[in-house]
Design a protein around this ligand. Structure first.
Ligand code: PLP
Length: 440
């Protein structure tokens, strides 16, 4: 009898006992190819000795010191390392314990920034439908996935949600990707004008939408136009790279590929690679200056901010990603994965779209390829793919509600950056079988 409160009370998971490279092993000895790195976490794979030794050495030196009293050497090093590579004017790092905490800090910092600047009327956030920003109240309010939000409606903060940039479903026939990118971005301006730009503090978005949409990249020019609109109306751009950041899409920061820099950027997952729980909110020099020259105090905080052991893991992970040439490897293996998915599913009658960047890819499952009609949610296609894949020894990240939180199914793939060619074949082979079982 377990006393753990599990995710699903009727579907209890096996006990994981060890991990090595791209594989996890359960208590019965069964091996699983970890093709989603959990939830896009395990970018270095499992059992990385360098990171493990760095964590152990930090524990021997100093496990924890509260940031109300101290800073620490690993926290300072990690902040320097991130800022050395961060885009635009990002200059300060607020270290937290995960993605939701990073988003909460981002939302509160945006608000305090405008209060300190003497613009207290700015209190609204605009975000996007079908995004996921976390499960705490602020992050869930910013998220646009109806299924996750529904029962918590009375608790959520009122925010606007514009349509996502979702080429496969929302680009019109005959419209170029560039024209679509512009049209999709202009929805932000429409919403600003509808609610009054002087009441808005920020726009929040995932550069490549992960869990809730299945690796949906933006159309060309989308984020450039978003940046322009934010600047024109004096609102902040918050980019949530919790899932798509830290090399996952083939650049250290996902937004580099869109030629924009945010005012606030959130990362987590691949920052600790699963070796420690860690996330971070990075903000621009200007935002920091407003606090520094104002109250001098960001009215926020958690017990485990800047945790030295977590920061030491972050330093070791970021150094490993940079020094082992893993970012070019993500691009190379990402190309191979895309090709393999294309050979397996490119002509499949029930795979409507194959998409993504780097080692962050998704397939969208449809009832009918021509009309793009989704399966009836009652068929629980995503859940069936997940369980058939797991039975076959493959961990992937299927999810339903792709289109609107209720209908649509996709499978998200986010394997470790060290995935080999043979493991790509294993992944696609097992996934093909799982899809056939789910559709049968
Ligand atoms: N933001 C994005 C884009 C995510 O994918 C997630 C988690 O999946 C979060 C935020 C929340 O992160 P966490 O689960 O670490 O709180």
């Amino acid at each position: 009898m377990s006393h753990i409160f599990p995710r699903h009370t009727r579907n209890l998971p096996p006990v994981a006992v060890s991990g090595m490279g791209c594989y996890l092993t359960d208590a019965s000895g069964k091996q699983y190819l970890d093709a989603s790195g959990g939830a896009a976490v395990s970018c270095l794979g499992h059992g990385d000795r360098t990171v493990i030794e760095a964590v152990k050495a930090q524990l021997d030196q100093l496990a924890y010191a509260h940031t109300g009293f101290f800073t620490s050497e690993p926290a300072e090093t990690l902040a320097d390392l991130l800022i050395q590579h961060a885009p635009g004017d990002l200059d300060r790092v607020y270290l937290v314990s995960g993605g939701s905490e990073a988003m909460e800090a981002a939302l509160k910092l945006a608000r305090q920034y405008f209060v300190e600047k003497g613009e207290p009327a700015r209190g609204r956030i605009i975000a996007r439908k079908q995004s996921y920003h976390g499960n705490t109240m602020g992050a869930l309010s910013a998220g646009g996935n109806e299924w996750r939000r529904a029962q918590f409606g009375p608790l959520l903060i009122d925010m606007s949600h514009i349509d996502p940039c979702y080429d496969y479903r929302l680009r019109h026939d005959g419209e170029t990707p560039e024209a679509y990118g512009l049209r999709a971005a202009n929805l932000l301006e429409e919403e600003l004008l509808r609610i009054g730009p002087e009441t808005v503090m920020a726009f929040a978005a995932e550069p490549v939408v992960g869990a809730t949409a299945g690796a949906v990249p933006p159309a060309p020019g989308y984020f450039k136009r978003i940046r322009e609109i934010c600047d024109q109306y004096g609102i902040l751009l918050i980019l949530d790279e919790v899932m798509c950041g830290m090399g996952r899409t083939g650049t250290l920061f996902a937004c580099e590929q869109d030629g924009v820099a945010p005012d606030i950027l959130c990362i987590a997952k691949g920052l600790g690679a699963g070796y420690q729980p860690i996330g971070a909110m990075l903000c621009s020099r200007q935002i920091y200056a407003a606090i520094e020259n104002g109250s001098g105090f960001f009215q926020h905080g958690h017990t485990y901010l800047g945790h030295p052991t977590a920061a030491a893991a972050g330093v070791a992970v970021v150094n490993a990603v940079l020094e082992r040439g893993l970012i070019p490897k993500v691009r190379e293996q990402g190309g191979k994965l895309m090709q393999a998915l294309d050979s397996a599913f490119g002509q499949h009658p029930h795979i409507g779209d194959i998409r993504g960047r780097g080692l962050f890819q998704g397939i969208e499952i449809v009832a009918d390829r021509e009309s793009k009609a989704p399966f009836d949610p009652a068929r629980r296609i995503a859940a069936k793919v997940k369980s058939a894949a797991f039975d076959a020894g493959l961990i992937c990240y299927p999810m339903s509600g792709t289109i609107d939180g209720k209908t649509g199914d996709h499978v998200l793939l986010a394997p470790p950056f060290i995935i080999s060619d043979a493991q790509i074949d294993e992944l696609v082979g097992k996934l093909s079988k799982a899809v056939e079982i789910a559709l049968a």
